[in-house]
Design a protein around this ligand. Structure first.
Ligand SMILES: *[C@@H]1O[C@H](CO)[C@@H](O)[C@H](O)[C@H]1NC(C)=O
Ligand SMILES: *[C@@H]1O[C@H](CO)[C@@H](O)[C@H](O)[C@H]1NC(C)=O
Ligand SMILES: *[C@@H]1O[C@H](CO)[C@@H](O)[C@H](O)[C@H]1NC(C)=O
Ligand SMILES: *[C@@H]1O[C@H](CO)[C@@H](O)[C@H](O)[C@H]1NC(C)=O
Ligand SMILES: *[C@@H]1O[C@H](CO)[C@@H](O)[C@H](O)[C@H]1NC(C)=O
Length: 420
């Protein structure tokens, strides 16, 4: 009996849902490829770059209390933070990582003497490091815009050089298949900015939202949230547009994330010293809107990751809280009705382990019941006290959860797979 309970506990404990402790981090890079959400690199508690890749299968059931992150993928050859990622490769199986701060994980030495292209082949679980001969300053460039059109072209704008804190206003396209960088025009007054959020709209316009700007006189200024700078990647022109905003929302924002929804809304989450946490830029109406958000509001985060799952759920991961502590948490915003939820609704709420667990429990109960019944049959034949055998029988039920600990396991199982 004890052996069975130990076995069940063991099964439960070895599963990542219950036991994995995921290190807090911020300034990581996230990307989705098919079923998998990857979180690459980032900074740890000691502000050191991380050489780790986390993955999460977004097609399986999950709960924000214990997302089943896997750490089993091959570690990148460099530790990195504040980098950008995009898809590509021969069969579109690769994830590329460029820019940011890159370190040798063994020596901790900065890699600032080459322009590094890291490629992770998601099928082969293999990393490749390439030094690009002809590329703009990439290593050391942080807080930039890096957006892919998912047709083989990537756009890079701005950021600042971490090593000499110089703000940058340059724009490039990068052809993934030929590994070619092409400089693109700047607007009449260059946008020398960083710390903004950016999206590539479906019509090919790259939008820059918020952040800091270094005008040509050198003084850093907040970029107003009502001022959108856009680069049209089709005709290669810049435009500036003013959008109306409710007065209740902060008129500037940095270290926030931006997520484009299929209806053209851009959902902005987090930032430093801003209200409210969630605001929406309605690109079709040219206005900012504050949504009514239900559910348990997560702490205001900055330097976090955001990914859109199933065109509906925004996964907010890791980052820094307002009190300066790093986070290892996952929060999910359902954009259907703007509520913070603990588990996506339409997922099958039984993971393999829950299934195995339930089958084992069921099997154990049935076999115990049968064994007990057989024994009871003998007891009943041999002794005449039927009420005593009933006691034994009810005792069997208790035996499946004989102490506090296993009750906790049972509760936990229920909590994980309930879908509030
Ligand atoms: C490559 O894969 C990504 C992620 O699955 C997808 O969004 C993108 O459209 C794909 N690109 C091409 C050219 O197939
Ligand atoms: C993700 O989970 C689904 C459902 O459990 C499974 O069919 C699929 O193979 C998994 N994908 C990967 C890449 O592991
Ligand atoms: C900052 O560093 C980059 C290369 O690391 C260099 O190209 C640039 O000229 C430097 N800027 C200043 C103002 O020193
Ligand atoms: C620098 O330029 C900004 C924007 O053009 C302006 O608001 C600011 O007053 C200027 N600062 C100085 C010291 O000239
Ligand atoms: C929003 O949708 C979620 C998931 O479908 C649901 O649990 C929640 O009750 C809804 N909230 C509101 C305020 O309608």
């Amino acid at each position: 009996m004890n052996a069975i309970i130990i076995f069940l506990c063991f099964i439960f404990v070895i599963h990542p849902i219950s036991c994995q402790l995921i290190q807090e981090r911020y300034d990581a890079t996230s990307i989705i490829k098919d079923d998998m959400l990857y979180v690459l690199g980032g900074q740890d508690q000691n502000d050191k770059p991380i050489s780790e890749i986390l993955s999460l299968n977004i097609t399986t059931s999950l709960n924000v209390d214990s997302p089943p992150w896997s750490r089993s993928l091959k570690a990148p050859p460099l530790a990195f933070e504040l980098s950008g990622a995009f898809h590509g490769g021969a069969n579109n199986d690769s994830i590329y990582v460029i820019c940011g701060l890159m370190n040798d994980p063994a020596s901790g030495a900065n890699i600032n003497n080459e322009q590094t292209l890291l490629e992770y082949d998601t099928q082969k679980d293999v990393w490749t490091r390439t030094a690009m001969a002809s590329a703009p300053q990439l290593n050391g460039r942080v807080k930039f815009a890096l957006l892919s059109d998912n047709k083989g072209m990537v756009y890079l704008h701005g950021g600042y050089n971490y090593y000499n804190y110089t703000y940058l206003g340059d724009t490039y396209s990068f052809d993934i298949s030929s590994i070619t960088w092409t400089p693109l025009p700047s607007p009449q007054t260059p946008i020398i900015a960083a710390d903004f959020a950016s999206v590539l709209l479906n019509d090919g316009r790259l939008v820059i939202i918020g952040g800091y700007e270094q005008p040509e006189n050198g003084t850093l200024v907040h970029r107003p949230i009502s001022q959108l700078d856009m680069f049209n990647t089709i005709d290669k022109t810049w435009t500036r547009q003013t959008v109306s905003q409710p007065k209740e929302m902060s008129d500037h924002r940095r270290y926030h994330t931006s997520t484009l929804l299929p209806n053209g809304d851009i959902v902005i989450i987090g930032g430093i010293d801003v209200v409210p946490n969630v605001v929406i830029l309605e690109t079709t109406k040219n206005q900012w809107r504050i949504p009514v958000v239900s559910g348990i509001e997560p702490p205001l985060l900055n330097q976090h990751c955001a990914e859109l799952v199933e065109n509906r759920y925004i996964f907010i991961m890791f980052g820094k809280r307002a009190d300066g502590q790093n986070s290892n948490k996952l929060f999910i915003l359902d954009t259907e009705n703007y509520s913070w939820i603990t588990s996506p609704k339409n997922k099958v709420l039984l993971s393999t382990v829950a299934l195995v667990f339930s089958i084992l429990l069921f099997g154990t109960s049935v076999s115990l019941y049968k064994r007990r019944k057989n024994r009871l049959a003998n007891v009943t034949i041999q002794a005449e006290n039927v009420s005593m055998s009933e006691n034994v029988d009810s005792h069997t039920n208790i035996m499946v959860y004989p102490n506090e600990e296993s009750h906790k396991i049972k509760d936990r199982k229920f909590r994980i797979f309930s879908n509030k």
